[in-house]
Design a binder for this molecule. Structure first.
Ligand code: HEC
Length: 160
């Protein structure tokens, strides 16, 4: 009986440690657009339908925009140039993050950057290219279960 109690306590202790770890690792999903700009940002409408432009969109992410260097080819926020950032570059496969952000907010963050380290691309990518990047980020969100290898081999986003 004494042993049983001890092992129950141990399990409880381990659970507590695991839960604390999970809480610390949890992503900070708070809005990145400043409070006085967020209403306008949320209202921005994406003029580019995903679908047909996905190849072009991928080129922004893996080419001209070099987003993958920080966000990773699969969008998990694990690119080699991203490891020194705190918080880490956003993990676009995070379903909760995908649900919480409108296209307009994502576009705003790409254009203006964020105070936590995302660099502004307003002067680097055209407006169209920034919307394409938004579409590609949405696409990455759909591929949550895809392996790093598949993404790295360049198959991601060329589903048709
Ligand atoms: C030099 C590294 C770096 C590059 C290159 C980079 N990012 Fe980021 N990005 C970050 C970091 C760091 C964050 C996290 C900052 C934060 O949490 O506010 C971030 C966050 C974001 C966010 C999330 C904002 C939010 O609402 O949570 C978006 C969207 C984004 N990046 C898109 C892009 C796109 C698109 C490109 C390429 C055009 C790109 N990033 C290139 C470092 C980078």
């Amino acid at each position: 009986m004494k042993d049983l109690k001890a092992s129950t306590l141990l399990v409880l202790l381990i659970n507590t440690v695991l839960l604390c770890g999970a809480a610390l690792a949890a992503e900070d999903l708070s809005p990145r657009v400043p409070a006085d700009k967020i209403a306008a940002a949320k209202e921005l409408r994406n003029p580019i339908a995903a679908g047909d432009s996905m190849q072009e969109a991928k080129k922004i992410f893996t080419g001209k925009g070099r987003c993958y260097t920080c966000h990773g080819l699969s969008g998990r926020g694990d690119g080699p140039a991203g490891s020194s950032f705190n918080p880490r570059p956003r993990d676009f496969t995070d379903a909760q993050w995908q649900r919480m952000r409108t296209d307009g907010e994502i576009f705003w963050a790409i254009s203006e950057g964020t105070e936590y380290g995302m660099i502004p691309f307003g002067g680097i990518l055209s407006e169209k290219e920034r919307w394409l990047a938004v579409d590609y980020i949405r696409e990455l969100g759909k591929n949550r279960d895809i392996s790093h290898e598949t993404a790295a081999s360049g198959e991601l986003g060329v589903t048709k």
